[in-house]
Write a protein that binds this ligand. Structure first.
Ligand code: MN
Length: 371
C-alpha cells in the first residue's frame, strides 16, 4: 500500500458561533486519517481565525484536539502561519501557532520538509505580494524535480468566492514557476488553477467547512495525497462525517437558491442547512413567510433574503471583532416586573432570547471580510 498524507487548510478556529462545527470537521479528518492508516496531516495555514486575540475556550479546544491527535492517535499534524495566524502583518515572529508547538509540528519560516523521501517546501503567508514573489524565486533556486510547494496565498486568477466568481487581482502567480504542484490555503472554495501539464497546477483544498454564503454551494473537505504517485483525491467532509459520526449533527452548508427554482428544492438540499433566497422581484411579507415555512418544513435551520432588485454595490458592513455573549436579553424587564403584574411570559422571552442570539451568531459568523 502506498503512503499517503492529508492536505487541508483554513480551519479558522474561533469564528464566532462555529466552535462545535469546526471541531466536528477536525475530528472527521482525524478519524479519516486513522481509518486510512495516515499519520501525517498538513494544515496550510489559518488554523486560528482571530489575528489579535485568542479566546481561552478556542485555544483549549485546539490544544485538547491536537494533544489527543498526537498522543492517542499517534498522528503528526504539521502547520505554518496563514495571515490569520499572524499577529504582525510583516513578520511570522508572533503568531497563534507558537503556543501549540508541543502538540503539533509548527513551522515558523520557509523550510524544506521531507516525508518518506518526498520533498515539500513550506512558504508561509507574506503580506506584500512582491516580497512573496521574491522569496518564491529564491526558493526556486533550490528546487529539485518533483518538489511540492505548500503555502498560504491568494493566487492571481483564483476565485475569491462562489457567488460572483470574482477573480483575485493579486500579482502572485506560478506561471513561470519551477514547481509543478502547489497546494495552498487562503481561499475557502476548493479550486484548481493550471492543468499541471502546460502550466503548474495550483490546488486550494478550501476551508474544511463553509463560513458564509460566498463559500457555500460547493463541496468542502480535504485532499488525500499519495506520496508515491504525487496525485490526490478529494474527500467530502459531510460524506466522511456521516460515516464516522452518523449520530452527530454535521455543520451546515450555505446554499443560495434562486426564487424561481424553489419548487425543485427537497430535504436533501435543505436539511440542517442555512438557505439564502435570491429574490428577483418584490415580495410581500406574506409571500416571504410562505417561502420560509416551505424551507423550514424541508429542514432548513435558517432562511435569509437576498434582494436582487437592488443589486447596487453595497458597502461591506462593519465587522465586530468581539461579541459579548448575552445570558438573557430580556432579563432587565423581568427584574423590573417584580410582582409579575405585566404578564411577562418567561418561556416566550427565553425562546425569543435564543432566537435572537442564534441569529446574531450566524450573522456575525458570516460577515467576516478577511479571507
Ligand atoms: Mn487566509
Amino acid at each position: 500500500m502506498s503512503k499517503k498524507v492529508i492536505i487541508t487548510a483554513d480551519f479558522h478556529r474561533g469564528v464566532p458561533g462555529r466552535d462545535g462545527d469546526i471541531n466536528y470537521a477536525c475530528r472527521v479528518v482525524r478519524e479519516y486519517a486513522k481509518a486510512a492508516n495516515i499519520d501525517v496531516v498538513m494544515v496550510l495555514g489559518d488554523l486560528f481565525h482571530n489575528r489579535e486575540n485568542l479566546a481561552i475556550n478556542v485555544l483549549q479546544q485546539a490544544v485538547d484536539f491536537h494533544e489527543e491527535a498526537a498522543q492517542k492517535y499517534d498522528q503528526r499534524w504539521i502547520t505554518f502561519p496563514g495571515n490569520h495566524d499572524m499577529f504582525l502583518r510583516h513578520s511570522w515572529q508572533i503568531n497563534s501557532l507558537a503556543p501549540m508547538r508541543k502538540y503539533l509540528t509548527y513551522i515558523e519560516d520557509v523550510k524544506l520538509i521531507t516525508i518518506e523521501d518526498k520533498r515539500f517546501w513550506v512558504l508561509p503567508f507574506i503580506t506584500f505580494e512582491k516580497s512573496y514573489m521574491r522569496v518564491l524565486r529564491r526558493l526556486e533556486d533550490r528546487y529539485e524535480d518533483g518538489d511540492v510547494l505548500l503555502t498560504h496565498i491568494g493566487v492571481r486568477g483564483a476565485s475569491l468566492n462562489t457567488c460572483f466568481l470574482l477573480k483575485d487581482w493579486s500579482i502572485v502567480n506560478f506561471e513561470q514557476s519551477r514547481f509543478k504542484k502547489i497546494y495552498t490555503g487562503h481561499f475557502h472554495s476548493k479550486q484548481q488553477l493550471g492543468d499541471g501539464v502546460e502550466q503548474p497546477a495550483v490546488f486550494y483544498p478550501g476551508s474544511l467547512i463553509p463560513f458564509k454564503f460566498d463559500e457555500g454551494d460547493v463541496a468542502h473537505g480535504f485532499y488525500v495525497y499519495d506520496l508515491d504517485t504525487g496525485t490526490h483525491k478529494f474527500v467530502n467532509l459531510w460524506k466522511a462525517g456521516e460515516k464516522f459520526f452518523p449520530d452527530e449533527k454535521a455543520p451546515p452548508q450555505f446554499h443560495t437558491f434562486l426564487d424561481e427554482n424553489l419548487s425543485d428544492k427537497t430535504a436533501v438540499e435543505c436539511k440542517g442547512n442555512i438557505i439564502r433566497v435570491a429574490l428577483q422581484r418584490q415580495y410581500t411579507q406574506e409571500e416571504k413567510r410562505k417561502v420560509k415555512d416551505q424551507l423550514i418544513e424541508l429542514g432548513a435551520t435558517s432562511v435569509r433574503w437576498w434582494d436582487m432588485t437592488q443589486r447596487l454595490e453595497k458597502k461591506p458592513k462593519e465587522v465586530l471583532t468581539t461579541i459579548q455573549p448575552h445570558r438573557n436579553l430580556f432579563k432587565s424587564w423581568v427584574d423590573v416586573d417584580k410582582k409579575g403584574i405585566h404578564g411577562l411570559d418567561l418561556a416566550i422571552l427565553d425562546k425569543a432570547h435564543d432566537d435572537v442570539v442564534h441569529e446574531g451568531d450566524e450573522l456575525y459568523a458570516v460577515e467576516e471580510s478577511e479571507v
